[in-house]
Design a protein around this ligand. Structure first.
Ligand code: SIN
Ligand code: FE2
Length: 213
């Protein structure tokens, strides 16, 4: 497993690999993800309460995270096209293995595009079958102010995530509250059209192996 920095957030397990991806690796990933998104277009989901997200989303891999009036869930198809999500690039599956050491591959990659005033409110990731499997997050493009808090009602800590930075929620921090306060627009020129792409790799479905189920 590649070495990481453990960031003090009030709970153990928030790991950061600053500059985890080189500039050419970032560019390659953006190109690859942009190409596959042609068959799974970014769209703007709504919350269960009916409010549109400011972030645009899509997914790669067998399962994708969606939100609509029916709630939050994982499903195998794009809500607008009805087609299966495109496959996850091998590069992402390898990164997951190298960085998390988790014995099973990720089965979901959420793609978030932040432009302008887009942000993400504080929340926990808890729609996955196994809440002990790590969450791995890759930042591309404009720097984000990521907020991570150990409990409700606690402001927590802001951590800047620049292009190429990778972080993980593991162990006790797996259920940390987290969100994106804002994007520092124009801080990177990596994304065509500007903004930030975040790739969140998860193990969404039930495990199949010894440690996953
Ligand atoms: C998320 O929590 O779903 C996204 C976090 C990020 O954009 O870095
Ligand atoms: Fe999240």
């Amino acid at each position: 497993m590649r070495r990481f920095h453990e960031i003090d957030t009030g709970m153990a397990g928030f790991r950061l690999w600053p500059g985890g991806l080189s500039t050419p690796e970032q560019a390659g990933l953006v190109e690859q993800v942009t190409a596959v998104l042609e068959t799974a277009p970014l769209y703007r989901p709504v919350t269960p309460g009916g409010r549109p997200f400011s972030v645009r989303m899509s997914n790669l891999g067998p399962l994708g995270w969606v939100s609509d009036r029916g709630g939050y869930r994982y499903q195998a198809t794009h809500p607008e096209t009805g087609a299966a999500w495109p496959p996850m690039p091998e590069r992402l599956i390898d990164l997951w293995g190298d960085l998390t050491g988790w014995p099973e591959p990720p089965d979901a990659c959420l793609v978030n595009l932040y432009r302008g005033e887009a942000r993400m409110g504080l929340h926990q990731d808890r729609d996955e079958a196994d809440l002990t499997a790590p969450v791995l997050s890759i930042s591309l493009g404009d720097t984000a102010v990521f907020r991570v808090a150990p409990a409700e009602g606690v402001r927590g800590r802001a951590v800047k995530l620049a292009s190429g930075d990778i972080c993980a929620l593991t162990g006790p921090a797996r259920l940390a509250r987290h969100g994106i306060d804002r994007i520092l627009a124009g801080s990177s020129g990596l994304i065509p059209g500007g903004g930030r792409i975040n790739l969140t790799l998860r193990r969404a479905g039930p495990g199949t192996g010894a440690s996953g189920s």
